[in-house]
Design a protein around this ligand. Structure first.
Ligand code: VGL
Ligand code: ZN
Length: 203
């Protein structure tokens, strides 16, 4: 059984948002058109409290896109984004959310970021998604959404680590691409056994 996992399709990751991914909005209709081909549609939502430690504004002398050392390793510092309850944290208004059977929120612990839909950035605190998928008998994940080089990337690699078949739909994702992060992400996903497909391959 397979599921469509839609990663962080939120206003702040679209043009005009706080952490805009170029062309992020263009994939909304592509994702909407994929949904009817799936029995299971799941959405993730980046969901940070104010003052989250992944925000550059929470650190003295740090600018967005700089890196800092967290107890769990290096962490890119972002502009404030997807603050709980704000318009920026809401799903893109054109995204079809009705077909979703689960909305998984992540990044809500103040001290730790969570790119992956499976584990927070310490790579060990689980979000609970693996248990959900296992008990529902879902074995193949088709990943779409934002951003390809961060949350899609880490969700895809962790999905492979946990034994899922993982396909990323190329027309239905876009990257931030800071410092070559898109090419690095592609390589890491390919090495992990993630497959890349077109919408035609998955409908
Ligand atoms: C994301 C950076 C910070 C993402 C979330 O959804 O890819 N990127 N928070
Ligand atoms: Zn975030």
């Amino acid at each position: 059984m397979r599921a469509l996992l839609v990663i962080d399709m939120q206003n702040d990751f679209c043009p005009g948002g706080a952490l805009a991914v170029p062309e992020g909005d263009l994939i909304v209709p592509v994702i909407n058109r994929l949904m009817p081909s799936f029995d299971h549609v799941l959405l993730t939502q980046d969901w940070h409290p104010e003052g989250h430690q992944s925000f550059a504004s929470a650190h003295e002398d740090k600018q967005p896109m700089e890196t800092t050392e967290m107890p769990y390793g290096p962490q890119v510092l972002w502009p404030d984004h997807c603050v709980q309850g704000t318009v920026g944290a809401a799903f893109h208004p054109d995204l079809h959310t009705e077909p979703a059977e689960l909305i998984l929120r992540k990044g809500f612990r103040p001290e730790i970021d969570s790119y992956s839909a499976f584990f927070e950035n310490d790579q060990e605190t689980p979000t609970g998604l693996h248990g959900y998928l296992q008990t529902r008998g879902i074995e193949h994940l088709v990943l779409v959404g934002l951003a390809e080089d961060f949350c899609v990337h880490w969700s895809a690699v962790d999905g492979r680590k946990l034994g899922y078949e993982v396909t990323v739909v190329e027309e239905a994702t876009r990257a931030i691409d800071a410092d070559g992060s898109k090419a690095d992400a592609r390589e890491a996903m390919t090495d992990a056994g993630v497959r890349f497909g077109s919408t035609r391959d998955v409908v």
